[in-house]
Design a protein around this ligand. Structure first.
Ligand code: MG
Length: 385
């Protein structure tokens, strides 16, 4: 019996994780954690009967206790850490959004729990802490991100020193092919229309700016121990080739499939085995007809170029890239800045941090730089009106 804890259980990845393991008698869910979606959590508790839940928002946790369900209720960051390390947990799916994922991931690794990681920020900001820790604890972090799952699958059985480059694919988002002047005045409604993937709001905006791809370059750098300049982003608009690896003989190995997050979730939970998923959804190559590729336009989608810059600088710069982006996206969703200004705000914060970069920041330093970057965007930005 495998005992699973899902952090972020009511989000897109969390609900699909529950979908994937449904009917597997070998997996039992012992813990669920959410930010504040207590009504959805109530339904999950009634269906899955976990012994513990954590609601990050303390007030919502109090309301939830009033429901009188037979489940232990934790709250806050302490609660997240407790649920990720409790005795009745063997594996943790980290699918919370944002930097909130860092501390429970570190705690889970230290407690020798298996970790399936959908949270990008953990590796982007703290990869230099997480990867050596996982190695020390003998735990292989299983990526849930579709691109990283594809890279992982393409690396299986291959010698690491024979990698020439990683080909990280991108859909290009809803604004692919547009130039800067065509993107002026784009609204959140436009940006939230992703052509292929149904995802949460934050990641959908990140996909439209290609900051998501910048974060994924940094994630791949840590997960697969390759320099950022060995990671090449290739736009693949149909989202069928989920990523690939090119080897020194020129050979390319890729993983293909329909854009369905249940596949990388399934692989993260069952690899090297595979669990059957419903046959109604299968990639039909002949019906698809063609798959196309193009280079990314890094001048228009400056968010991606800034991701490479953050990776080349390293240290605390990726934390600034990520935190400034989180603030900028929130401001865009509140109609306080324009679409193109999301990247401008990130660049402004990165410029301000240049010269103060900490080479290998501790967790405390990461959190304080995160706060600095958020405050900088909120109070010092010349772009935000
Ligand atoms: Mg992805």
């Amino acid at each position: 019996m495998r005992r699973l804890v899902i952090l972020g259980s009511t989000g897109s990845i969390g609900t699909q994780t529950i979908d994937v393991i449904k009917g597997d008698p070998e997996i039992t869910v012992t813990g669920l954690a959410v930010y504040g979606s207590i009504d959805k959590l109530k339904e999950q508790v009634e269906e899955l009967h976990p012994e513990t839940v954590c609601i990050y928002d303390e007030k919502k946790a109090e309301t939830f206790k009033g429901y009188g369900l037979p489940v232990k209720v934790l709250s806050g960051m302490d609660g997240l850490i407790e649920i990720a390390t409790m005795d009745s947990c063997d594996e943790v799916v980290v699918s919370v959004v944002g930097m909130i994922g860092i501390q429970p991931t570190i705690a889970a690794l230290k407690a020798h729990k298996q970790v399936a990681l959908a949270n990008k920020e953990t590796l982007v900001c703290a990869g230099h802490i997480i990867m050596p820790l996982a190695e020390k604890c003998g735990i292989e972090i299983k990526p849930i991100d579709s691109e990283h799952s594809a890279i992982w699958q393409s690396l299986t059985g291959e010698p690491h020193n024979r990698i020439e480059q990683i080909l990280l694919t991108a859909s290009g988002g809803p604004f692919r092919g547009r130039k800067r002047d065509e993107l002026k005045g784009k609204t959140k409604e436009d940006a939230l229309k992703h052509p292929n993937w149904a995802m949460g709001r934050k990641i959908t905006i990140d996909s439209s700016t290609m900051v998501n791809k910048g974060l994924e370059v940094l994630e791949a750098h840590w997960l697969f121990d390759v320099p950022v300049d060995m990671i090449k982003v290739v736009v693949q608009p149909q989202s069928i080739v989920h990523s690939a690896v090119q080897y020194v003989d020129g050979s390319v190995k890729a993983q293909l499939g329909l854009p369905d997050m249940r596949i990388p979730i399934e692989y993260a939970l069952y690899a090297p085995d595979r669990r059957a998923l419903p046959e109604d959804k299968r990639l039909d190559l002949a019906a698809l007809g063609k798959i196309t590729f193009e280079d990314p336009d890094m001048d228009t989608f400056k968010g991606l170029a800034l991701g490479y810059r953050a990776g080349r600088t390293g240290g605390s710069m990726p934390t600034v890239y990520n935190a400034a982006n989180e603030e900028a996206v929130a401001m865009f969703l509140e109609d306080r800045i324009d679409f193109l200004e999301i990247a401008d705000v990130i660049e402004e914060a990165m410029d301000a941090h240049e010269g103060q970069v900490i080479e290998a920041p501790t967790l405390r330093e990461i959190l304080s730089i995160e706060k600095w970057a958020r405050d900088y965007v909120k109070t010092n930005s010349k772009i935000v009106r």
